[in-house]
Design a protein around this ligand. Structure first.
Ligand SMILES: [Cu+2]
Length: 165
């Protein structure tokens, strides 16, 4: 017949094992590595605008950075003033190293956008009303700027190429 100490020892081991199993079950599972694939990502050249009239909101006294990406338009004859910014939508693109990537970029606002993808040697112009297709293999991991030369410093998107573990 087992003595009490032996029973306690078995119980203690059982508790430790159960605790370990609980910790394991609560731990985040390792993520599955993304395998290279073909991706088509839609983007747009956009220009959000806001406006007000000076009787309701005074015209801002601070100037905005130069470069063509932002503008404050002084009040017109009716006292209406405007603010605007050029952006890529979306401003972050995430792919995996080895992916075959096609960006399809629609020009909505602005006549044209002379654009580069740094580190990938891509150079193209996005025109209003046209869908510009840019295809490349994402063969370098890192973060690369998709940069409109016309509208700085705001019209930049990050191309994030995740490295394969
Ligand atoms: Cu632009």
């Amino acid at each position: 017949m087992p003595n009490n100490n032996a029973i306690l020892a078995v119980a203690a081991v059982a508790i430790v094992l159960a605790g370990g199993a609980l910790v394991l079950s609560l731990s985040p599972k390792p993520s599955v590595a993304a395998t290279p694939t073909t991706r088509t990502i839609y983007m747009a050249a956009v220009e959000p605008k806001g406006s007000a009239t000076i009787d309701k909101e005074p015209f801002p006294t601070k100037t905005l950075p130069a470069g063509g990406g932002m503008a404050l338009k002084a009040p017109d004859k009716d006292g209406k003033w405007e603010v605007e910014i050029y952006r890529w939508d979306p401003a972050t693109i995430v792919v995996t190293k080895g992916d075959d990537v096609t960006l399809k970029i629609l020009g909505i606002n602005g006549k044209e956008h002379s654009t580069t993808i740094e580190g990938y040697g891509q150079q193209f112009t996005v025109k209003r009303g046209e869908l510009t297709e840019v295809t490349f293999k994402a063969d370098k991991a890192g973060v690369f700027k998709i940069k409109c030369q016309t509208h700085q410093p705001t019209m930049e998107a990050d191309l994030v190429v995740l490295g394969n573990p």
